[in-house]
Design a binder for this molecule. Structure first.
Ligand SMILES: Nc1ncnc2c1ncn2[C@@H]1O[C@H](COP(=O)(O)OP(=O)(O)OP(=O)(O)O)[C@@H](O)[C@H]1O
Ligand SMILES: [Mg+2]
Length: 504
C-alpha cells in the first residue's frame, strides 16, 4: 500500500485524443504514485489502451497535461518514452525471434568492453543477475523463438528493469497466461512495486485487480470517473462506475431441454497433444470444457473443427462423419469454431466491421453471386447490436477497434452462421463485465433454441455458471465429467490438477 505522500511519478490530467471523428479520450486523468500498483479499468473502448499509447509515445495527445516526475512531457516517439523511464508490456510482446534472450534484452544498447568490443560475457552475466532478481529460470542463450508468451513478457520486464524504468505499464498482460504464469507475473510486479516503481495494470478480471493492486482508476467513454484505494471499494461498486448503471445477474443461464446428440467425438488422439478424447454435445446443451491453460483444450477444438490433424478417432455431426482436416466441410455440415486468438485467427484487420461480421455467411447472403450492401448491412447490424459493438459505423476498419470490440466482432461473425454446434474458445476473454453477461445471455439463448455449444473456458465461475455438463481436461486427457448439479470449483479444480496422479 503506497503512503499517500509517495511522490507522483506519472500524472495525466484531462487528456484529449481524437482519431478523425472518433473521440477516444474526452478527459482522461490518472495519478500514479511511486511504490504502487494502480489498476486502470473500464469497458471495451473506454480508452485505456489509447491512454497507455500516449504515455508510450505511440500517439500524441490533442490537449491536456502529461507529466513524468513533475516535468511536462510530450513524446513524439517510443524511444523518447523509454529514455524517460517508461516501459510498456503488452499482451503479446514483440521480441525478435531469431535473436537470443540476452540479445533481445540488450537490443540497441550493447554493453561494450575495452576497445569498444561487444562484451557478451558481461551482458550474459547481467541477464542472469536480472533473472535471479526476478526469480525466473530462462536460458539467456536460447533464441526468443518458441518461448511462451509468459516468458516473453518476463523478458520485456527484465529489459525494463535493466533500463531502470520507473513506470511499468501492463496492458491486459494475463489474458494469455495460465494461472501459475499469472501468479509469477504478480510476484514480479509486487517486488518491482516494493523497489519503489510505479506500475499500471489493465485487466478485465476483478479477481486480479483486487489481488494485486493498491489503487484503482475507472474510465468510461474516454473520461476519468473515479480513483479509489482498492481496500475501500467492491467489485459491485467498480462495475457501477464502469458501466454507469446497475449490472444484474452475471450468468443468466436458462433451463433448457436437452435433445438428441449433435456432435459425437470418439477416441480422438493426436500423439503428444491429446489422447482418447470422447464426448457428446446434444441439442440445447452447453458443455463446458475446463482445465488449465496447456491441458490441450484448444487443440481438441481445432482438431474437431478440422484445422488441426489427428491420428485416430472420429468426429460425427448429426450422424454424418466429418473427415479430418476439412474445416470447410465441417462448416457446411453445421459446425463453427470461435478461436481463442480471435485477433489473429478470426479478423480481417483492414476490412470494416460489417464485412467482418458477414464474412462467413456471404454465400448465404448472395443472390446470383451478388450481395447488396443493404442486405449485408442488415445482417451485420443485427449481430453488431446484440453484441453491443455499439457506436461503430459498420464501415469502421477493424484495426481501429479496441481489443475487446475486435473480440466481439469475431464472435458475431460465427454466431451469424447459425451453426448447429458452436465451439467457443474463451468466449469472454478480453470482454468487459457489462458485455460478458450479454455474451452469456446470448449463448444461453442460442442453446435454448436448440444449438449445441462446447464452451472452453479458464474462468471457473463462467464454467460453473453456464455449463449443463463440465468436461475437465488435464495433460491431454479428459479426467472428469461432472453434471451441472454436482459441479463445484473444488471438484473441477481437483480434476484439472490432480486426477492422473497415479501416472506420475
Ligand atoms: N488508431 C485508431 N483509429 C481510430 N479509432 C481508434 C484508434 N485507436 C483507438 N480508437 C478508438 O478509441 C476508442 C478507445 O479505444 P481503446 O483501445 O483505448 O479502448 P480500451 O479501453 O483499451 O478497450 P479494450 O478493453 O477493449 O481493450 C475506441 O472507440 C477505439 O475504436
Ligand atoms: Mg485495450
Amino acid at each position: 500500500m503506497p503512503s499517500t505522500d509517495a511522490p507522483v511519478v506519472l500524472e495525466l490530467s484531462e487528456v484529449v485524443k481524437s482519431f478523425g471523428a472518433v473521440v477516444a479520450l474526452r478527459s482522461a486523468s490518472l495519478r500514479l504514485q511511486a511504490g504502487s500498483i494502480h489498476a486502470l479499468i473500464g469497458e471495451n473502448g473506454a480508452g485505456k489502451s489509447t491512454l497507455v499509447k500516449i504515455v508510450a509515445g505511440l500517439y500524441r495527445r490533442d490537449a491536456g497535461e502529461f507529466r513524468l516526475d513533475g516535468e511536462d512531457v510530450d513524446f513524439t516517439s517510443t524511444a523518447q518514452s523509454k529514455a524517460a523511464g517508461v516501459a510498456v508490456i503488452y499482451q503479446e510482446p514483440t521480441l525478435f525471434p531469431d535473436l537470443s534472450v540476452t540479445e533481445n534484452i540488450f537490443m540497441g544498447r550493447q554493453l561494450t568492453g575495452r576497445f569498444g568490443r561487444i562484451d557478451r560475457k558481461a551482458m550474459r552475466h547481467e541477464v542472469e543477475r536480472l533473472f535471479t532478481r526476478l526469480g525466473v529460470v530462462i536460458d539467456p542463450d536460447r533464441p526468443a523463438e518458441g518461448l511462451s508468451i509468459a516468458d516473453q513478457q518476463v523478458i520485456e520486464i527484465a529489459k525494463a528493469v535493466s533500463l531502470d524504468a520507473k513506470v511499468l505499464i501492463m496492458d491486459e498482460p494475463t489474458a494469455a497466461l495460465s494461472g501459475v504464469e499469472a501468479e509469477r507475473l504478480f510476484a514480479i510486479a509486487r517486488s518491482l512495486r516494493d523497489e519503489g516503481r510505479g506500475l499500471i495494470f489493465i485487466s478485465h478480471r476483478f479477481d486480479e485487480v483486487f489481488a494485486l493492486c493498491d489503487t484503482v482508476t475507472v474510465m468510461r467513454d474516454g473520461s476519468y470517473i473515479a480513483t479509489t484505494p482498492i481496500a475501500e471499494t467492491t467489485p459491485g461498486e467498480l462495475v457501477r462506475q464502469m458501466v454507469g448503471r446497475e449490472v444484474t445477474e452475471l450468468f443468466p443461464k436458462q433451463e433448457t431441454v436437452v435433445g438428441e446428440p449433435l456432435l459425437e467425438v470418439e477416441g480422438l488422439t493426436s500423439p503428444g497433444v491429446f489422447h482418447d478424447i470422447s464426448f457428446t454435445v446434444r441439442a440445447g446443451e452447453i458443455v463446458g470444457l475446463a482445465g488449465l491453460v496447456g491441458a490441450g483444450r484448444s487443440e481438441v477444438a481445432r482438431a474437431v473443427f478440422g484445422v488441426d490433424q489427428y491420428r485416430e478417432g472420429t468426429v460425427t455431426l448429426k450422424g454424418r462423419r466429418i473427415r479430418r482436416g476439412r474445416p470447410t466441410e465441417a462448416m457446411r455440415a453445421g459446425l463453427a469454431l470461435v478461436p481463442e486468438d480471435r485477433r489473429k485467427q478470426g479478423l480481417v484487420i483492414d476490412s470494416g466491421v460489417g464485412r467482418n461480421i458477414t464474412m462467413a455467411i456471404r454465400r448465404e447472403l448472395s443472390r446470383f453471386g451478388l450481395i447488396t450492401t443493404g442486405l449485408e448491412n442488415r445482417a451485420a447490424r443485427v449481430w453488431a447490436s446484440r453484441l453491443e459493438v455499439k457506436s461503430y459505423a459498420l464501415d469502421t476498419v477493424a484495426a481501429t477497434l479496441s481489443g475487446g470490440n475486435q473480440q466481439k466482432v469475431v464472435l458475431a461473425k460465427w454466431l451469424a452462421t447459425k451453426p448447429d454446434v458452436l465451439i467457443v474458445d474463451e468466449p469472454t476473454r478480453g470482454i468487459d463485465v457489462g458485455t460478458k453477461s450479454e455474451v452469456h445471455r446470448l449463448l444461453s439463448e442460442l442453446a435454448g433454441q436448440g444449438m449445441g455449444i462446447l464452451m472452453i473456458s479458464s474462468e471457473l465461475p463462467e464454467v460453473l455458471g453456464m455449463a449443463d455438463r463440465v468436461l475437465v481436461m488435464r495433460e491431454g486427457r479428459i479426467t472428469a465429467e461432472i453434471d451441472r448439479a454436482d459441479a463445484t470449483s473444488e471438484n473441477v479444480m481437483f480434476a484439472a490438477t490432480h486426477a492422473s496422479e497415479q501416472h506420475s
